[in-house]
Design a protein around this ligand. Sequence first.
Ligand SMILES: O=C(CO)COP(=O)(O)O
Length: 254
Amino acid sequence: MGRKFFVGGNWKCNGTIEEVKKIVTTLNEVEVPSEDVVEVVVSPPFVFLPFVKSLLRSDFQVAAQNCWVRKGGAFTGEISAEMLVNLGVPWVILGHSERRALLNETKEFVGDKVAYALSQGLKVIACVGETLEQRESGSTVAVVAAQTKAIADKVSNWAHIVLAYEPVWAIGTGKVATPAQAQEVHFELRKWLHDNAGAEVAASTRIIYGGSVNGANCKELAAQPDVDGFLVGGASLKPEFIDIIKSATVKKNV
Ligand SMILES: O=C(CO)COP(=O)(O)O
């Protein structure tokens, strides 16, 4: 089916220079499945991006955790897509639920950001996901479909987008979605892409899962047919991130 397994490490707002050096050294020293089997992207805070990029093994890439919605200029505190491109940063995470919830980013704003980042040549990890309240009221699929539609409304080419399904109730809580719960939503998202962006987009777009993924639960999740990888928070700061990268090999047996 041609969807290369994708493992992203979202470091969020964590790390000192010493800690960052330690994480990268660990990543650089281990043997992982080849680039043909898995694409690995780590996402440090902005201030560490050039440092991490210069230190990191060449078969892994870096992502920013956000960028400004339009061309840079008088927007104090923001980082533009152009700057990321200028630094040689290939990826950006957009629409993370922490930004949607804590910084009031609407789905339309996220759609605009995705479109602008793509237009500048960045590749985008676009996050969607429902809250516990939304899940319990039975609106999970409607919520993630609406978030995906807000992106699809602004974007016609999905070649450089990875869609990350991150249920808000599973993020940083230790409460991971069951493999069946993840598969169900990934299946619905792929179906949505099929019906709204076409069969080719649905077949080729990677849909990755995020929310309390760790070294112990990754294999079972990776074995699900519509789970094409992970976006890892807490565990991406620890050596078990390596085990999560290695779960890519599960796909060979699916
Ligand atoms: O938000 C996440 C990745 O973007 C997931 O975070 P945790 O893996 O810490 O639950």
